[in-house]
Design a protein around this ligand. Structure first.
Ligand code: ME8
Length: 503
C-alpha cells in the first residue's frame, strides 16, 4: 500500500517560522506512522518561489527573485532535518523539471477546453497572490489578512473555467465525504462551492515576469497558485533519479495545509486535476492557526516565535510534542514560551521522563535490572485497543486526539506506580510476586507508549527503546503484551530541567 503526504510549499519571501514548522511536523508524524505500518511512503515538502510575494520581497531587498529564492530555499531545506522531518524529497518550483511538468499539465487543461481568454477586473492582494471579491475587501480597500491596500487590476488574462466544475466538485464532496478533514473545514469548502464558482485567472500578464511561461502565450506566466499546486504532482516525475514515481504515489493520500489556503486546495486543486483528467487526492487535512497574542503568525506581519531557539535549548522532540499537544489539530490555538515550558515540565519531564527514570531505577534496585518474567500483566484492559484507536485517529488526521489517547495511558502508568507502591511491596516477603507483576507491567507499559509515541517523539522514543533493549518500534510492537524487555539499566533523565526562560 502506498501513502503520500505533503506540506504546502512555503514562500521564499522570508525565513521559516513556527507556522511552517507546525505543518511539517504534522506531516512527518503521519509519514512516520505509515512507514512503521510497513506502507510505501512518500513525504514531500518544498518551496514556492514564483509570483508577486517573492518578486516584491526581492525588489525590496534589491535582489533578483532567483537570488532571494536561492538564499531562502536553503533555509527551508535546512529546517526539515532540524525538525527531524523524514521527507523523501524537497521540491523547488524553480526546478526545470517542475516548470516543464506545469506546462504539460496546464496545456492539457487547455486542450481539454477549460481555458479561455478574458479580462480580470477587480481587487488583488500581492502578498496573498489572491484575487479578492468585493465582499472580502476591508474598509479602505484593504486585504482582510494583510491589511495592506489592495491593488485594482484590469488585465487581459487566461482564465481557468472553474465554473464548469461546480457539479463535479459537489459530486466529489458527496462521494468522498472525508475529502476535506476535519468536518468543519469540509463544510466551509462545500459552502464556498455551493455559493457559486467564478472562473479564475490562470495567468498573469506583462506586469509579472517571475513565473512559469505559458507555453501557448509566451508573454504570460502562469498565476503562481496553479504553478504551486502542481508541485504535488510534478515532483513525483523527478524526485527519484531514473524512476518516475507518479504511478506509485499518485493520487496523494493527505495534503496537509493551513486554513489560509483552504480555497486553493479544496476547490481549485481538485478542479484543475479533473480538468487535466488526473485523479484527485484522497484527503486535504486543514489545520488552524498558531496564534501569538491572538494574531496569526506570518512573515508578512513580522510577528514570529522562532522554532530554532526552542530546538537549540530543548531539542526538537519537545517542540513537536508541544505543538501537537497544546493546540487541538484543526482549530486555532495560542502558543507561547510559558505554555511550552509548562508542558515540558509537567508532561515531558514529569509524566514521561520521571516515569522512565523511576521505573527503570526500581527494576535495578529490587531485581538487579532483570525484568521479571510473569504469567500475566496488569493493566491489559487499560491498554486494550489502544494501538487501533491511535491508528484510527491518525487515519482521520486527528493528531491531537491520537496523542491524547497515548497520554491517558502515560498518566495511567503513573497512577499505577502510586497504587502499587513498589517500595512498600519490596519490604514484604509475601508480596514479591505482586512486585514482579508490577515491575513487569510498568516496563511493558513504558515500552508500549514509547512505541506509540515514536512518530511524535522520534529521538526520545529511539533512545528509550534502545535503553530497554527493545528497539523494535514497528506496528506489531505497538501492542501491549508483546514484551521483549529482559534487562534494564537506570535511564538517564529524558527531559532535563532548564532554568532559563527561552527567548
Ligand atoms: O501559502 N499557524 O506559503 P506560506 C499555522 N506558498 N500554520 C501556519 C502559520 C500559522 N500561524 N503560518 C504559516 C503559501 N503556516 C503558499 C502555499 S501550496 C501549493 C502553496 C503554515 O509560506 C500553514 O501550513 O505562506 C500555511 O498554510 C502555510 O504555512 C503557508 O505558508
Amino acid at each position: 500500500m502506498s501513502f503520500t503526504v505533503t506540506t504546502p510549499i512555503y514562500y521564499v519571501n522570508g525565513a521559516p517560522h513556527l507556522g511552517h514548522a507546525y505543518t511539517t511536523i504534522a506531516a512527518d508524524v503521519l509519514a512516520r506512522h505509515h512507514r512503521r505500518c510497513g506502507e510505501d511512503v512518500f513525504f514531500l515538502t518544498g518551496t514556492d518561489e514564483h509570483g508577486e510575494p517573492v518578486a516584491l520581497a526581492a525588489e525590496k531587498q534589491g535582489m533578483t527573485p532567483q537570488a532571494l529564492a536561492d538564499q531562502n530555499a536553503e533555509r527551508f531545506k535546512a529546517l526539515a532535518p532540524q525538525l527531524d522531518a523524514s521527507n523523501d524529497f524537497f521540491i523547488r518550483t524553480t526546478d526545470e523539471q517542475h516548470k516543464l511538468g506545469v506546462q504539460q499539465v496546464l496545456q492539457t487543461v487547455k486542450d481539454n477546453g477549460f481555458v479561455e481568454l478574458g479580462r480580470y477586473e477587480g481587487w488583488y492582494c500581492p502578498r496573498c497572490a489572491d484575487f479578492k471579491s468585493e465582499n472580502e475587501v476591508e474598509d479602505g480597500d484593504r486585504c482582510p489578512i494583510h491589511h495592506i491596500v489592495l491593488t485594482r487590476e484590469s488585465e487581459e488574462n487566461w482564465f481557468f473555467k472553474l465554473s464548469a466544475f461546480q457539479e463535479r466538485l459537489e459530486a466529489l464532496y458527496a462521494e468522498q465525504p472525508d475529502f476535506v478533514l476535519p468536518v468543519q473545514r469540509r463544510n466551509e469548502a462545500l459552502a464556498f462551492i455551493q455559493g457559486g464558482l467564478q472562473d479564475v485567472s490562470l495567468s498573469r500578464g506583462a506586469k509579472l515576469q517571475w513565473g512559469v511561461q505559458v507555453p501557448w502565450d509566451p508573454e504570460h506566466v502562469f498565476y503562481v497558485w496553479f504553478d504551486a499546486l502542481l508541485n504535488y504532482y510534478t515532483a513525483l516525475a523527478y524526485a527519484k533519479p531514473g524512476e518516475d514515481l507518479t504511478e506509485r504515489f499518485w493520487p496523494a493520500t493527505f495534503h496537509i495545509v493551513g486554513k489560509d489556503i483552504l480555497k486553493f486546495h479544496c476547490v481549485f486543486w481538485p478542479a484543475i486535476l479533473m480538468a487535466a483528467g488526473l485523479p484527485v487526492p484522497q484527503h486535504v487535512l486543514v489545520h488552524g492557526y498558531l496564534l501569538m497574542n491572538d494574531e496569526k503568525m506570518s512573515k508578512s506581519l513580522g510577528n514570529v516565535l522562532d522554532p530554532f531557539t526552542i530546538i537549540e535549548r530543548f531539542g526538537v522532540d519537545p517542540l513537536r510534542f508541544y505543538l501537537l499537544r497544546d493546540v487541538q489539530f484543526g482549530g486555532d490555538g495560542e502558543v507561547s514560551a510559558e505554555a511550552f515550558e509548562q508542558r515540558y515540565e509537567s508532561e515531558l519531564a514529569n509524566d514521561l521522563g520521571n516515569l522512565a527514570s523511576r521505573v527503570s531505577a526500581m527494576v535495578v534496585k529490587y531485581r538487579d535490572g532483570a525484568v521479571p518474567a510473569v504469567g500475566a500483566f496488569d493493566l491489559t484492559e487499560d491498554f486494550d485497543g489502544l494501538a487501533d484507536a491511535v491508528a484510527a485517529h491518525l487515519d482521520r488526521g486527528e493528531l491531537t486526539q491520537a496523542l491524547e489517547a497515548i497520554w491517558v495511558r502515560v498518566r495511567r502508568l503513573n497512577r499505577y506506580v502510586e497504587e502499587q507502591a513498589p517500595w512498600k511491596l519490596a519490604k514484604d516477603e509475601a508480596l514479591q510476586e505482586q512486585l514482579d507483576v508490577a515491575l513487569a507491567t510498568l516496563i511493558e507499559g513504558l515500552r508500549t507508549v514509547m512505541v506509540l509515541l515514536a512518530p511524535y517523539l522520534p529521538a526520545t522514543s529511539a533512545t528509550l527503546l534502545e535503553a530497554l533493549g527493545a528497539p523494535d518500534d514497528s506496528w506489531a510492537a505497538a501492542a501491549f503484551g508483546t514484551g521483549g524487555v529482559t534487562q534494564v539499566a537506570k535511564v538517564a533523565p529524558l527531559f532535563p530541567k532548564h532554568d532559563a526562560t527561552p527567548a
